[in-house]
Ligand binder design. Structure first.
Ligand code: ZN
Length: 324
């Protein structure tokens, strides 16, 4: 009998679902609005619809589908299969795994999206050649996942690798988590946007204001990057400062995990040429010689498919481990 695997990337605005063969090649895919504002039952109905679509389009029997992997923003309890809550999705303590299994009759595994992305890069992306790696996503926030001896390091209750919330400077800006000076409060897209608005409001960047039609509130990391590419000095300095703090975070990751590889992904990496050199230089100052000698820092390979490939890797993890 043939075997197939399902991956579902659940986001605040869209659901991406794919059906993959035993090599992890996507055969069919489906995309649908999450419609988070319509509530929990509608979200789950939309998820199921995408799954039925990909199975039907592929002409596959449901019995041939071994596992469904779901990558979701958290916090969640992966072992119990429960999404605890999320700022972009209107649910609290939803037993998602149980509900998907009873609706579909397919074994379902839930992981947080950063962990799923780490697994995706390990098996299908830049981490294919190594057994130990840390994945960091730099976007609105900073999230991460570590793979140690080919296995996801989740922590005892799935809260490991909150690298974005490691404190880099206790006198730093207030972070969404309530602490001051987390890595995320210095080097995320949100932090870059905040710095950019402050610089523009202080009259340090005419270019950013011009790009935002003189509306300071509209300035974000994307506008800051555009200004930097057009030679705006204040914008360039904001990215370099973010790079400096990211480098401290990376140095800590090098020293703590001692992995062969650190993989960087997320939307902010689209502007990596504005901050990565600075980040790597600072990382080299912070890192100890032993772990520094062995580590390579590289960019994620899966691009916009990382959420989906991560979810497929979650579904296939047992099989991929056995094939090794
Ligand atoms: Zn924090």
């Amino acid at each position: 009998m043939k075997e197939y695997y399902l991956g579902l990337d659940l986001g605040g605005t869209k659901i991406l679902t794919g059906l993959a063969d035993t090599q992890g090649n996507i055969i069919t895919r489906s995309r649908k609005e999450t419609e988070a504002n319509l509530g929990e039952d509608k979200i789950i109905a939309n998820m199921i619809e995408t799954i039925e679509t990909v199975i039907e389009k592929a002409g596959v029997k449901k019995e041939e589908v071994k596992t469904l992997g779901i990558g979701s923003p958290g916090p969640l309890d992966a072992q119990k299969g429960i999404i605890i809550e999320n700022s972009n999705l209107p649910w609290k303590n939803v037993a998602l795994v149980e509900r998907m299994e009873s609706a579909l009759g397919i074994k379902t595994i839930l992981k947080n999206d950063a962990n799923a992305a780490a697994l995706g890069e390990k098996w299908f992306g830049a981490g294919r050649t190594v057994d130990n790696m840390v994945y960091l996503t730099i976007s609105t926030g900073i999230g991460g996942g570590a793979v140690i001896n080919k296995e996801l390091f989740t922590g005892i209750n799935d809260n490991a690798c909150e690298i974005g919330h490691t404190v880099i400077d206790p006198d730093g800006p207030l972070c969404g988590c309530g602490n001051h000076g987390c890595l995320e409060s210095f080097a995320s897209g949100t932090a870059i946007g905040r710095e950019a608005r402050e610089a523009a409001a202080a009259g340090k960047s005419k270019k950013m204001l011009e790009l935002a039609d003189n509306i300071v509130e509209d300035i974000d990391a994307v506008i800051c990057a555009q200004a930097a590419y057009q030679g705006d000095q204040a914008a360039r300095e904001i990215f370099e400062k973010a790079g400096y703090y990211l480098g401290i975070g990376l140095g800590n990751v090098v020293n703590i995990f001692n992995t062969e590889m650190i993989i960087l992904g997320g939307g902010v990496m689209k502007a990596s040429d504005l901050f990565l050199d600075q980040a790597l230089a600072t990382m080299k100052e912070i890192a100890l010689p032993g772990p520094l000698e062995i580590v390579t820092v590289t960019e994620a390979e899966l691009g916009s498919d990382i959420g989906l490939m991560g979810a497929i890797a979650v579904a296939m993890e047992d099989k991929l481990m056995k094939n090794e």
